[in-house]
Write a protein that binds this ligand. Structure first.
Ligand SMILES: CC1=C(CCC(=O)O)c2cc3nc(cc4[nH]c(cc5[nH]c(cc1n2)c(C)c5CCC(=O)O)c(CCC(=O)O)c4C)C(CCC(=O)O)=C3C
Ligand SMILES: [Fe+2]
Length: 375
């Protein structure tokens, strides 16, 4: 008999995130790490640096990951799941490679990875897998035996990710002045990515027309909007829009941008807007600057009442969802049939990214996928 809270064959969970600067001196080196070889215009980098300096050079993302780490450890302990949780970042300290080295030294041989990105895309999935691959290669070069790493399936449609989001939208609606509440529009936002990245996101058979990236976000937006309608009795118009565009202006990225969308809604006479950042796991800089600062200023200029709803962050329901996903994957890897939990129309995403999933312009070896050269 399998113990319900046995994560075998896994011996550790790795929280893998983006990382962010923790003071003014960190900002430029952080941006250099993020953009190495990515062809982002210098002007854009200067501008993004200013976003960080506006907040004292501190991104909130590391504190948010420390809180999530604590929430995961507490949830696991409360449920008798004996699985150590580590934390590493792609772009800032604690760096992924250092964490993996520590994990190898601690004797961890089979690691499950939780990335703080819920959807398919090169930036949100394969890039994390490539960085895992590079870290494994580094360990190998140091003469260490690299552990085997698997990545949790995309959790965008897990109820533990969606429920806090639904509540967040309800709370934001409730905060709006009563006379504009019923007519409020919900603008679901996510990170814009190049059209070609969107079209090739997810498994090959789903490529084209925004790919898995847009489909998954539309599925979440539909689920959240339906739940809000059921609970308030009021249908709200909504649209999926984008934010945080970078890259050269002549390269097409997903549109419309949230600020243009606010302007269009205002022109149509929409009386209020809730901005719901469904694309993000915590209220990091893209939320704090692009929505709470820039888009909110735009709305004020228009005289349009707006509220921004919360991301899941360290919500205990999200931590519980991760425990469920860990146990689900552990059971699958142990050969036990499990019914994966998912809301919406798309169903649970694949466990193992197939070959050709979210391809890179310049491919690098990626771990935790069917096309991985690693154990
Ligand atoms: C899909 C996606 C997510 C969501 C999934 C996930 O969470 O991973 C995400 C998250 C984040 N992006 C972040 C920061 C940055 N992203 C950049 C650049 C880019 N992001 C892209 C996409 C995404 N990004 C893309 C296509 C680029 C262009 C360059 C390239 O093709 O790689 C740049 C360079 C400057 C700029 O152009 O903005 C910065 C500084 C932070 C940290 C925030 C903080 O510090 O609190 C987080 C969580
Ligand atoms: Fe980004």
């Amino acid at each position: 008999m399998r113990d319900a809270l046995d994560a075998t064959p896994y011996d550790a969970l790795l929280l893998l995130s983006f990382g962010g600067p923790e003071g003014p001196d960190d900002v430029v080196p952080f941006l250099e790490n993020v953009t190495r070889g990515r062809g982002i215009p210098k002007e854009r980098l200067k501008e993004v640096g200013q976003h960080y300096f506006l907040f004292g050079g501190v991104s909130p993302i590391n504190a948010q990951n420390r809180a999530l780490l604590e929430a995961l450890r507490k949830d696991f302990a409360d449920h008798g799941l004996d699985l150590p949780v580590y934390w590493g970042n792609r772009n800032w300290d604690p760096y992924l490679t250092d964490t993996l080295r520590e994990m190898a030294a601690d004797g961890r041989r089979r690691i499950l990875v939780l990335a703080t990105s819920a959807y398919a895309s090169y930036s949100g999935c394969r890039q994390y897998r490539e960085d895992l691959g590079a870290a494994l290669t580094t360990l190998e070069g140091e003469g260490l035996e690299p552990p085997r790493v698997d990545k949790l399936r995309h959790y965008f449609n897990h109820p533990g990710f969606l429920e806090p989001m639904i509540e967040g939208v309800l709370a934001s609606l409730a905060e709006l002045p009563e006379d504009v509440r019923a007519g409020a529009h919900i603008a679901f936002t996510t990170h814009s990515i190049p059209d070609v990245s969107a079209d090739t996101s997810g498994p090959v058979e789903g490529h084209g027309e925004g790919g898995a990236y847009v489909r998954q976000h539309l599925d979440v937006a539909t689920t959240v909007a339906d739940a809000v309608r059921e609970r308030t009795g009021t249908p709200h118009e909504w649209r999926l829009v984008y934010q945080s565009r970078s890259g050269a202006p002549h390269v097409p990225w997903l549109e419309p941008d949230i600020c243009d969308h606010l302007e269009a809604l205002h022109g149509e006479g929409v009386p209020a807007v809730v901005m719901a950042p469904i694309g993000f796991v915590s209220d990091h800089m893209e939320v704090l600057y692009d929505l709470d600062t820039e888009a909110t200023a735009k709305a004020a200029e228009l005289g349009l009442p707006v509220r921004r709803s919360a991301t899941v962050g360290d919500d205990p329901r999200f931590a519980a969802a991760i425990r469920e996903l860990v146990l689900e994957r552990a059971a699958t890897e142990s050969g036990t049939a499990v019914k994966p939990c998912a809301l919406g129309a798309l169903g649970a995403s694949h466990d193992l990214c197939p070959a050709g999933c979210c391809p890179a312009r310049t491919p690098r070896p990626a771990a935790a996928g069917a096309d991985s050269p690693y154990a």
